[in-house]
Every structure is written in C-alpha cells, then in structure tokens.
Design a protein around this ligand. Sequence first.
Ligand code: ZN
Length: 306
Amino acid sequence: MREVVRPSGLTQHLEALQAAADANGGNRADATGGYEESAAYVEAQLRAAGYEPRRQEFSYGRRNPVDAFNILAETGSGSGSVLLLGAHLDSVEEGPGLNDNGSGVAAVLEVALRLAEEGAVPRERIRFAFWGGEEDGMHGSEHYVEELSRQEAAAHVAYLNVDVVGSPNAVAFVYDGDGSDSEEAGPEGSGTIEQVLRDILRTEGVEALPFGFIEDSDYDAFVKGGIPAGGLFTGDGGTKSEAEARTFGGQAGLQYDECYHRACDTIGNVDMAVLEQMTETLMSATVSLGGIEGGLAGRAATEGAG
Ligand SMILES: [Zn+2]
C-alpha cells in the first residue's frame, strides 16, 4: 500500500497539543484551558476538512462533578453500520500527555483528514471519537456506550482504540481480540480485528504481540457492551523484557515510556517513526474494515481514469 500518512501532519497535531498544554499550566486535563484548547484545535481541523464535529457532554464525580465532553465526527456516507475510531483527548494533571495520548489523537485525526482529502467513500459510516474523562476512569467512552440504543450498539462493526502509540521504547502491541494470550477474548468479531491489524503490521515486517483487555483504556466500555473491539498500543508504564528488546530494539529493563504520566511526556517524548507506522496501520485497517473499495490508491486511480 502506498504511504498516505503525512509525517508533517502528525507533527503539526502534536505541536498544537503541546502548545495547548504550555499555555495552560502544562497539562490538558478535563475541564481545563488545556483541554478546551486541544478540543478547539481538533474541531477546527475537522471542520476545515468538511466534517461537522459535535460535542457530547457528560459529567462525572459525585462530590465535585466535572463537566467534560467528547468530540464526535463522521463521514457523511456509508450504510447504517459504524466503524468507530477513538482516542482520548485528555491528559493527566501531571503533564502535557503527548504520548498519552497526543499520539493517539494525532493518529485518529490524521486518518480522518486524509480520508476526507482522498474523497474516500466507505461502505460503513466511519466515526471518529476524541474522548474526555479517560484519565479519571474512562468516563467519556462509558457515556458514549451508555447512550447507545441496542440497535445503535449492534450497528457498530468495530471499535478501534488508539491510546499511546508513539512510545520512546516501543513494542507493537495489538489488543488480544481472540483471547489467545489472555484470560478472556473480546466480544465476537474482536478476533477478526486483531487479525486485520496483525496482518497489516506483518506486511511491514512487524510481528505484533497480543495485549489483553485489562480494563485500562476506552475499549473497556465497548468490550463490556458486546461491541467488537481492538486497537493499537506501544506500551506505557510496563517494563520491556529481554525478548521484546531483541524483537523490537530499545532497552530491556526500562519502561516502554519512562515519562508515562509525568511532566516529561512532552513532544520530545514521542517517537515519530513509531507514531507514523502506527498511523499507517490504523489507516490501512480503516480502509479494510470500513470497506473502502480498492483502498485509497485504487480510488485515486479510478478518479484519474474517469
Ligand atoms: Zn491513555
């Protein structure tokens, strides 16, 4: 597949998120100026590409409720079925959160922008979610799933979670949809998502490792809601093993991201080559699972001929 992701686009998104943190006390946590500025950037980018983003508001916490919101946008065409891509937009209060999860935001946003630019017409409606409330307990994605009727939930062909995809000491993890390496598999259909992602990475010479659904990111509400789920992850607070270092390079005995949830999770903490590869993988998976006929390159050729 030809390369469709623009590294300069990814850099631009990360720079905007870093600036949002810098101008607002060094973080982009829920209900702060840093979150609002991050949201405004994502919305402006989506609008410029022809999307109509909307805010889905919710609040959480009983004693001191936090008012938060998700951003949702989608392709206008497609059937009643939905392919959903999601990344949490909030950071922890301790730092700017550029790998966690500016990297995932940049990846999902870039896929949205490139699909619009290529004029791709998918079989499925493709929806993009930028979640609030993740760092305090995945409240945004939980709210989204709670709001779905049974029929709407059943229309979701897949949820692809993108949380931490530019780790400086990375391993390529794919969520373990078929449960081959975990206590439990994801909902039916999750094994297919895992296979699609693994196959894409394999064509790039990367043998991804399975990572279990351990209730620590926005896939959780989907898994519990019976919606097929999967996604990409390059490691955060865990420690790289000797075997992983042999396969993926980097340093055994160190965390995948030594700046995980710390003030040093700045733009300089993101490995751009890793982020680019994960974004390409997400793009290919979106083309495949979203039913974009002939892929993006095929469409461009058809348009040229017509
Ligand atoms: Zn995260």
